[in-house]
Design a binder for this molecule. Structure first.
Ligand code: AMP
Length: 283
């Protein structure tokens, strides 16, 4: 695996790969890799001759300094996992490589209100940070295909919006959420759960799955309220449990009026905030 820390050497390498006719794939991550990330690498390897993974803990998308500081960074282990997964290129830039001087004053991306609901409501500025780092990384890597996980559903809608807003020539590939056997979505933050909270956190997927079963049978307000209630009773502190349109992220009032519907939730277990979602309807 080739490892690059600076943009110029990465570009030199990728330009020559492109010249040889290789398709470039890209999986952006913040490291602390697990089977969810590696599933993206596998999907990338299936269609791209040259696969790039980036590890960059993007300070712009963290709301709290403590969350940024405590974000796990097991880099040696990550490198071992990527070599095993047959990743071709690892890009591990420092912040000043990703954000050259003056970058902030030139870029504020119009997210068309997609950043105002759910995660956006609870994490102000988070998606502007995500959109900016993705804008910059896509310009650096210039991939033919970008692979992102459904686990961060709102993020995928926002990144797709940004790609179409700027007409970026990249294909977006949505990859399904990888879960533990008991349904908990894999996340780099799971390692910070106490054993008790790890047990309790299974209520998240149970309630998302319940919503899938209840769609069309119970009123939407009742589905959401009982999920919030069940997560609280199960030992979590839910921030939201929303049922939204899969394209616009608008709250669904009548399920028959929407082609794609997704249930999304965020809840705290101790000092760990977890998010998850399930597609309830897709036509
Ligand atoms: P992160 O390192 O958390 O920024 O995630 C990097 C990429 O991995 C994002 O596209 C995530 O949506 C994706 N990802 C994270 N967890 C999972 C999971 N459990 N299953 C599938 N993809 C995931």
């Amino acid at each position: 695996m080739h490892v690059f820390r600076d943009v110029l050497s990465l570009r030199e390498f990728l330009d020559s790969e492109k010249e040889s006719g290789n398709r470039i794939g890209f999986v952006p991550t913040m490291g602390a890799l697990h089977a969810g990330h590696l599933a993206l690498v596998n999907a990338m390897n299936e269609t791209c001759e040259t696969g790039v993974v980036s590890i960059f803990v993007n300070p712009k998308q963290f709301n709290e300094a403590t969350d940024l500081e405590s974000y796990p960074r097991p880099i040696e282990e990550d490198i071992r996992k990527l070599v095993e997964a047959e990743c071709d290129v690892l890009f591990m830039p420092d912040a000043d490589e990703v954000y050259p001087k003056g970058f902030e004053s030139v870029l504020s991306i119009d997210l068309a209100g997609l950043d105002e609901t759910m995660e956006g409501e609870h994490r102000p500025g988070h998606f502007q940070g995500v959109a900016q780092v993705m804008f910059r990384l896509l310009h650096i890597v210039q991939p033919d295909s970008l692979f992102m996980g459904q686990k961060d559903f709102q993020q995928t809608v926002i990144v797709r919006h940004m790609i179409s807003l700027y007409g970026l020539p990249v294909e977006f590939e949505l990859c399904p959420t990888i879960r533990e056997e008991d349904g908990l979505a894999l996340s780099s933050r799971n390692v910070r759960l106490t054993p008790e909270n790890r047990e309790k956190a299974t209520i998240i997927y149970q309630q998302l799955d319940q919503a899938r079963q209840d769609l069309g049978r119970k009123p939407l307000a009742l589905i959401k309220d009982s999920a919030m209630d069940a997560i609280s009773k199960g030992g979590g502190e839910p921030e939201y449990f929303d049922i939204v349109d899969g394209d616009t992220l608008e709250t669904v009032e009548f399920s028959a009026h929407h082609e794609a519907i997704v249930a999304c939730t965020a809840a705290w277990f101790g000092d760990v905030r977890l998010i998850d979602n399930v597609i309830l309807k897709q036509e």
